[in-house]
Design a protein around this ligand. Structure first.
Ligand SMILES: [Zn+2]
Length: 366
């Protein structure tokens, strides 16, 4: 299976080359508009017929635009015409982003350099790949789009990288209980607590109350700023936790399926907050995203009883759980309530897998 990732690179270019790049972009878009107009007027989006009708004229009219870029402009004009089924005339703005095919752009990813064809030969640009994306250096570049941001006066390359995800091999299951006090508790006894998030929230809670009572324009602006900051903090935390989890020596990560409607046995305030919280979905999304390139996977299990059931003997009793502690009235087992839930989730994951295996005739048996 292929995995694609897009990243945005900010280019450093000399002032002189910036002008060449700008002119290349506007000329590309001029050609796009001319080709689109021809196709629209002649009711065709065929690359071949539009090519025959327009290529020679355009090359004569704009000899400075490399032929690969003329063809690129034609190709996306044809795709745009096809996209609107020839009902509208697609129009590019002077600084609409332009697509580069592999022949007119060359990457030296490990050196942070790229050479880009323009109306004045190749232009060299440099960029920084953030540490977070370093792994892409070894991936295949699938497509490149150049964009000029007139407000920032800067050029950006949107690059799609592709790699093949490894075949899933093992089947060691890790159960993960998502929560509020503990953001995640794993069945291997690793806890990720939410103290930091709680502190950040607490820090702002008082300020927020004051601002809300004020109700002025500037107070509202400040409120929005605070929620953005909080959100970013939660996102960073989720990135960090998910990265640590996927690198643990497990192949399958089991989470509760919170979208399941059969949650009547995990009612209560805390669970409702779980259901409503985007942070829980974000953690799951980050896990799914990160396992893709590792040959691992995320599965979802029925959330019923995972906090009430004894992970040792299977006894289900609401009174076994008291806050953060779990004490089984049947077998006497005592454990942290969230770890007990994580163990149950892992168990559910394992039985979910064995059900799949039974139905799969290709599975080797001992
Ligand atoms: Zn028990």
């Amino acid at each position: 299976m292929n995995v694609d990732r897009t990243i945005k690179l900010k280019l450093s270019v000399s002032e002189e080359d910036k002008e060449y790049l700008k002119k290349t972009i506007t000329l590309f878009n001029t050609v796009f508009n001319e080709v689109a107009k021809y196709g629209f007027e002649h009711k065709t989006h065929s690359k071949v017929s539009i090519h025959h009708a327009t290529y020679k004229d355009i090359r004569e009219k704009y000899p400075e635009l490399p032929s690969s870029l003329v063809q690129g402009a034609r190709d996306i004009a044809c795709e745009a015409l096809k996209g609107v089924e020839l009902k509208l005339l697609p129009v590019a703005k002077p600084f609409s982003s332009i697509r580069y095919n592999q022949r007119v752009i060359t990457y030296y990813l490990q050196y942070g350099r790229v050479s880009i064809a323009t109306i004045n030969g190749r232009v060299k640009a440099t960029f920084n790949i953030p540490g977070y994306y370093q792994e892409y250096v070894n991936w295949e570049v699938r497509s490149s789009t150049l964009k000029y941001d007139a407000i920032k006066g800067a050029f950006f390359l949107h690059v799609i990288f592709r790699t093949e995800s490894p075949e899933p091999s093992g089947n060691k299951v890790l159960g993960i209980d998502r929560g509020i006090v503990n953001i995640a508790v794993c069945s291997n006894n690793v806890f990720f607590n939410g103290n930091q998030i709680k502190n950040v929230r607490g820090k702002y809670a008082h300020l927020r109350k004051q601002l809300q009572s004020k109700g002025t324009k500037s107070a509202k602006r400040l409120l929005r700023k605070i929620s953005r900051k909080e959100r970013r903090f939660v996102t960073d935390t989720n990135h960090c936790i998910s990265k640590t989890i996927v690198n643990m020596p497990f192949d399958i990560f089991a989470l509760e399926d919170l979208t399941s409607i059969r949650v009547q046995n995990r009612k209560g305030k805390a669970f409702n907050r779980k259901l409503n919280s985007w942070a829980f979905y974000q953690l799951a999304q980050f896990l799914e995203y990160k396992v893709e390139t590792l040959g691992k996977r995320v599965i979802y299990v029925d959330p019923r009883f995972s906090s009430q059931k004894c992970s040792k003997c299977g006894d289900i009793r609401k009174s076994n759980r008291n806050g953060s502690s779990y004490h089984c009235r049947d077998c006497g087992f005592q454990i942290h309530a969230d770890l007990n839930a994580a163990l149950n989730i892992a168990q559910a994951g394992i039985s979910c897998l064995s059900r799949v295996s039974v139905n799969n005739p290709n599975v080797a048996t001992i």
